[in-house]
Write a protein that binds this ligand. Structure first.
Ligand SMILES: Cc1ncc(COP(=O)(O)O)c(C=O)c1O
Length: 439
């Protein structure tokens, strides 16, 4: 690869990116359609990651573009503080009807997963306070959890490099993560081993007393730290312990929401109902930024006390329920419904599972895990260079025409739900060639 300096790339400080490496060897996409990106050097790149876990309905959806265009013309912006417009009311009504078991009845809008998470954490603490349990302030996350980059999110999150430079929120504990190669390597779907790890919540409760604990937040399937699928019975156990002590359970479904696992949400897939669900990404097919918190029946009502003219929750964003984001989301939900994309994801899951597990035995592969249309392929790290092998794999895949995502020494795959079997075959062929060539 030739290193040619391009000054026009200098000013953008890229997020979560090795800026110098990128600017020396840029990977720039100029268009996208269906399952593919087109790079500026004119190559088709198969999207193995739905952008960044968000383009579930595939790229370049014309009905979403038309809805966005129309909305900008009709009503570009309108606040949702003390006034409103039809979009977020319509969208919230539609979303609560998609949620498992009719248990959720309100939606709070934000603009990203990070904001959705911080909103949910604040709602949990505020809820306990207005319910007369103001000592419930502590929050519990999990090691290897990713909940975005707000101070709340990095505090409950469990990723060392995201946390180490910053003062974090006080009063946070972490459950152990569930990744264990000795017991769970090459599991298909949910691993058999590990439900007992949820019992650590009992230890934390004994340490602080339940009267001080507001909420537990977990990703039902941890995505960003390499696709960690919950062991059988694990989420059920977390739910039971939270119920026992009056602790709210939050599922961060920024990745697992909107069909990734073959159901509308992971809560439905696993049959475990949390008290709040945070979403983003797939809610608009990635077209316009949006995040949201779904709250379970009773939570909102608890706030509806006091004088009627008083604001009940001092929290919100200028762009909560932005008209353009709502238009994009409504058009996205139409596509999910009309094309039955969640069902499609479920139908393809076993083909996907067989395909990704066919990589077992290739050089450096020490684990493969999958659920729905997600997979994690873990590589043995190079001595003294953690992450280098998988990053090399990512670069070679890109050269070969495949977009993957890398976290540590794990390659994560999460294609758009419109993927066809020949695309899956092509993706696996490319990855096989790259893994065989990888030092
Ligand atoms: C589970 C989870 N929560 C929160 C976030 C943060 O979302 P955003 O980048 O939109 O702030 C992500 C992003 O990947 C995520 O995977």
């Amino acid at each position: 690869m030739q290193d040619t300096h391009r000054p026009e790339l200098d000013a953008f400080w890229m997020p979560f990116t090795a800026n110098r490496q990128f600017k020396a060897h840029p990977r720039i996409m100029v268009s996208a359609s269906g399952m593919h990106y087109r790079s500026e050097d004119g190559r088709q790149i198969l999207d193995g990651t739905a952008g960044l876990w968000c383009v579930n309905a595939g790229h370049g959806r014309k009905t979403i573009a038309a809805a966005v265009q129309q909305q900008v013309m009709d009503l570009d912006f309108c606040p949702t503080f003390q006034m409103g417009h039809p979009g977020p009311f319509k969208l919230a009504d539609r979303l609560v009807k998609m949620l498992p078991s009719g248990e959720f009845d309100h939606v709070f809008f934000a603009n990203s997963g990070s904001e959705a998470v911080d909103s949910a954490l604040k709602i949990a603490i505020a809820y306990h306070r207005i319910s007369g349990q103001g000592t419930r302030q502590r929050l519990i996350g999990r090691e290897r959890g990713y909940h975005g980059v707000g101070f709340g999110g990095i505090s409950v999150g469990g990723i060392g490099p995201n946390r180490k430079f910053f003062s974090l929120l006080p009063g946070i504990d972490h459950l152990p993560h569930t990744h264990n190669l000795e017991h769970n390597a090459f599991s298909k779907g949910q691993p058999e081993w590990g439900a007992h790890l949820a019992d650590d919540l009992e230890r934390i409760v004994a340490l602080h007393d339940a009267s001080n604990i507001a909420a537990v937040i977990v990703e039902p399937v941890a995505g960003s730290t390499g696709v960690l699928v919950p062991p059988k019975g694990y989420l059920e156990r977390l739910r039971a312990i939270c119920d026992k002590y009056g602790i709210l359970l939050i599922f961060d479904e920024v990745i697992t929401g909107f069909g990734r696992l073959g159901s509308s949400f992971a809560a439905e897939h696993f049959g475990v109902v949390p008290d709040m669900i945070t979403v983003a990404k797939g809610i608009t097919n990635g077209t316009v930024p949006m995040g949201a918190v779904f709250v379970r029946r009773g939570l909102y009502d608890a706030f509806m006390n006091g004088p009627e003219q008083a604001i009940e929750l001092f929290h919100g964003y200028t762009y909560s329920g932005h008209p353009v984001a709502c238009a994009a989301a409504l058009a996205t939900l139409d596509i999910y419904e009309e094309e039955k994309l969640f069902q499609r994801s479920q139908d393809l899951a076993s083909y996907w599972e067989t395909a990704v597990h066919s990589l077992q035995g290739l050089p450096h592969v020490i684990d493969i895990r999958n659920i729905g249309l997600v997979a994690g392929i873990e590589l043995a790290p190079r001595p003294d260079k953690p992450g280098a092998r998988a990053f090399d794999c990512f670069l070679r895949c890109y050269e070969r025409g495949l977009l993957t995502r890398v976290t540590g020494d794990i390659i994560a795959l999460s294609p758009p739900l419109i993927i066809e079997k020949p695309h899956i075959d092509e993706l696996i062929d490319m990855l096989t060639d790259v893994l065989k060539s990888l030092p």
